[in-house]
Design a protein around this ligand. Structure first.
Ligand code: GLN
Length: 194
């Protein structure tokens, strides 16, 4: 199983460690040729700063290839800023970035005082896990094909639409690998039988 991780900014190394511990091969995506030279089973869009990442993927000319891959059914897992890259609507930026997933996200939604916090909470199909939030968004609205996977204090913090998985929190910053395991299982389940 080969996973491409967007590695232009943010917490991509932490995702690599999690996926490698689960036996996946990881390739960093930094430029167009990284996408052209590899075939992937899935993609990870890490946390970081969505406005910076959104600009970098345009400047590096990997915006359109990434968008096409995801629209074509490539499984993708976005955390925090990665969730914002996937969202079709962002409060204050309705056109979004890659804009693939039928969710409306609100940035920096917990205010300055609650910039970072962690909770132990249930996520559907995964179980009870530690959830670390860092200047996190939440999901304010979802389309009809989106499954809500977790809520914290009444706000949606994890969701899935087909092969797209998004969490407002950072499973890669904990020792718990179960969300990454869920993503790999999701890829395997969806693989066409050849
Ligand atoms: N607040 C950041 C943004 O808007 C996301 C923070 C994160 O990824 N930890 O992009």
């Amino acid at each position: 199983m080969k996973i491409g991780i967007l590695a232009v900014q943010g917490a991509f190394i932490e995702h690599e460690r999690c996926l490698e511990q689960l036996g996946a091969e990881v390739v960093e995506i930094r430029q167009q040729k990284d996408l052209a030279n590899h075939s992937f089973d899935g993609l990870v869009l890490p946390g970081g700063e969505s406005t910076v990442m959104g600009k970098l993927i345009c400047d590096l000319k990997i915006f359109a290839p990434l968008q096409e891959m995801i629209a074509g059914g490539m499984p993708v897992f976005g955390t925090c800023a990665g969730l914002l890259l996937l969202a079709k609507q962002i409060d204050g930026n309705p056109s979004g970035h890659l804009a693939c997933m039928e969710i409306t996200a609100v940035r920096n939604a917990y205010g300055r005082q609650l910039g970072s916090f962690s909770v132990q909470q249930e996520m559907s199909h995964v179980g009870e896990i530690p959830m670390v939030f860092i200047r996190a968004p939440y999901i304010a609205a979802v389309g009809e094909n989106v499954e809500v996977l977790a809520e914290v204090e009444g706000k949606i913090v994890a969701a899935r639409e087909g092969r797209m998985l998004a969490t407002a929190f950072h499973p890669e910053l904990t020792d718990d690998l179960s969300v990454h395991q869920y993503f790999l299982t999701m890829i395997n389940q969806d693989k066409p039988v050849s």
